[in-house]
Design a binder for this molecule. Structure first.
Ligand SMILES: Cc1cc2nc3c(=O)[nH]c(=O)nc-3n(C[C@H](O)[C@H](O)[C@H](O)COP(=O)(O)OP(=O)(O)OC[C@H]3O[C@@H](n4cnc5c(N)ncnc54)[C@H](O)[C@@H]3O)c2cc1C
Length: 425
């Protein structure tokens, strides 16, 4: 299809005409880096030769389906330190690149490109058209404008170092191409490429998943949500805590607090084969004394009312009835008839329900893998490999992953932008 690229002409003072950059992976990171590199070349009056190789037929697949087809581009938090706290892996390493290109830069970048990003009350930012197509169309216009070459159905099989900063790229159809810099942006695949050049890949594990739990308390309550629950996940030798909204699903528990917990405990959960103990405080942060007082006040103020009709206001009624059922407390009796022991039982269940997790379910809207190229092998000032000069990484191929809310795309934009600046140097 394409012929072997000619060697760049070097004028002997460090600047090459026609610097050739190969980007492996036509996803968010690959496209963004290609476009940023081309824009930089244009600003500097340099010519560039940028190619994207994509293994599959379709590029930007995840951008298309992300955020339920709306594309949650980033998160409305412009404090880099706070922003980086949302990465279970990579939070420290991302600080430096985010100082240079953070969420506010993403908003500006897209605005300059003609895409207005709008924040939702929970901080997630989407294009104002509410369609990922806006982002995809925009990227396509830009790669056309900058004459970036795009080859689909072109999996890269190997990268060979011919000489320092000079690479031979071989694709599935056995064609070879030369490049001065190579960006590996293959998402959660293509690990053989960095491995073949001496990089190590950290243990991979799913991140952002729901918990499979079979318990009479929640079975049959699919769809009930709690706006504020406290969670404690106990795994061998380690405890993880999280607080926030929780949703009862057909299989167990999901919702933002569960997904965050799954991200922070991704590796430990995998090691324990997704068997773990979960303690839920359905009353947010209220402790057992406070809850017991509330139940006793409820009793004294409602002696003649039935248990089934009066319950803590933050609880869905169906959940309260299920709780009474679980402890064989008759829902048709009056509050006057509830015993001390029953109040104590209910209180204990409200602040510390013990549930057994027996598996995981992938979250339908956003799924990421943790694990990837080991971070200590990369210079985060440039995203260049410390092992192989001229080799760069961006996006999900790195051992970086964020919680749900736009943080994973921001990792792709930030690392792709930083890599672009250095590849064009
Ligand atoms: C359903 C879903 C919804 C999501 N929603 C959101 C969201 O709303 N917000 C958010 O922040 N994050 C979201 N994410 C995560 C986000 O999509 C990823 O973090 C992001 O796409 C990573 O970009 P990337 O370019 O690194 O990898 P990818 O987008 O995975 O792109 C990598 C590309 O490389 C190609 N490739 C692999 N190997 C080779 C090879 N050898 N040669 C050539 N090409 C190769 C792949 O085919 C792929 O096209 C979602 C993920 C999923 C799965």
């Amino acid at each position: 299809m394409l012929a072997l690229k000619p060697l760049p002409i070097d004028f002997g003072y460090g600047m090459s005409l026609n610097k050739s950059i190969t980007i492996i992976g036509g996803g968010a990171a690959g496209f963004f880096s290609a476009i940023c590199a081309a824009q930089l070349a244009q600003q500097k009056g340099l010519s560039s030769d940028i190619s994207i190789f994509e293994a599959s037929e379709q590029v930007l697949k995840k951008v298309k389906i992300s955020g339920g087809g709306r594309c949650n581009v980033t998160h409305n938090c412009f404090d880099v330190k706070l922003f980086c706290k949302n990465y279970p892996r990579g939070s420290r390493e991302l600080l430096s690149p985010m100082q240079r290109f953070q969420a506010s830069d993403t908003v500006k970048w897209f605005k300059n490109a003609g895409v207005q990003l709008v924040a939702e009350p929970d901080g997630r930012m989407f294009p104002d058209t509410n369609s990922s197509k806006t982002i995809i169309d925009n990227f396509f216009n830009l790669i056309d404008k900058h004459k970036i070459k795009l080859s689909t159905k072109c999996p890269v099989k190997s990268i060979d170092v011919v000489s320092p900063n000079r690479f031979k790229i071989t694709t599935g159809d056995k064609n070879s191409f030369m490049a001065d810099a190579v960006l590996v942006a293959t998402g959660s695949g293509g690990y053989h490429l960095p491995e073949s050049l001496g990089h190590s890949i950290t243990e991979r594990a799913p991140s952002l998943f729901s918990f499979v739990i079979q318990d009479v308390l929640i079975s049959g309550l699919k769809g009930l949500s709690f706006s504020d629950a406290s969670l404690k996940l106990t795994l061998p030798g380690k405890v993880f805590n999280q607080r926030g909204p929780v949703l009862i699903t057909h299989w167990g528990l999901s919702g933002p607090a569960i997904l965050k917990l799954s991200a922070w405990a991704a590796r430990e959960m995998k090691q324990s084969a997704y068997n773990a103990a979960l303690t839920v405080n359905w009353m947010g942060a209220e402790n057992s004394n406070v809850v017991e007082n509330r139940l006793n006040q409820m009793k004294s103020g409602n002696l003649k009312n039935y248990l089934k009709n009066v319950y803590p206001e933050n609880l869905p009624k169906r959940f309260w009835l299920s709780l009474l059922d679980k402890y064989s407390i008759d829902q048709d009796k009056q509050w006057a008839q509830i015993s001390k022991k029953e109040v104590a039982q209910l209180c204990q269940a409200l602040v510390a329900t013990q549930l057994n997790i027996s598996g995981q379910n992938r979250f339908k809207d956003e799924f990421v893998e943790c694990g990837g190229v080991a971070l200590h092998e990369i210079d985060f000032k440039s995203m260049e490999s410390k092992i192989c000069p001229g080799l760069y990484f961006a996006g999900e191929i790195l051992d970086v992953d964020g919680i749900t809310g736009g943080f994973n795309f921001q990792n792709a934009w930030t690392t792709a932008w930083v890599a672009a600046q250095h590849m064009m140097k």
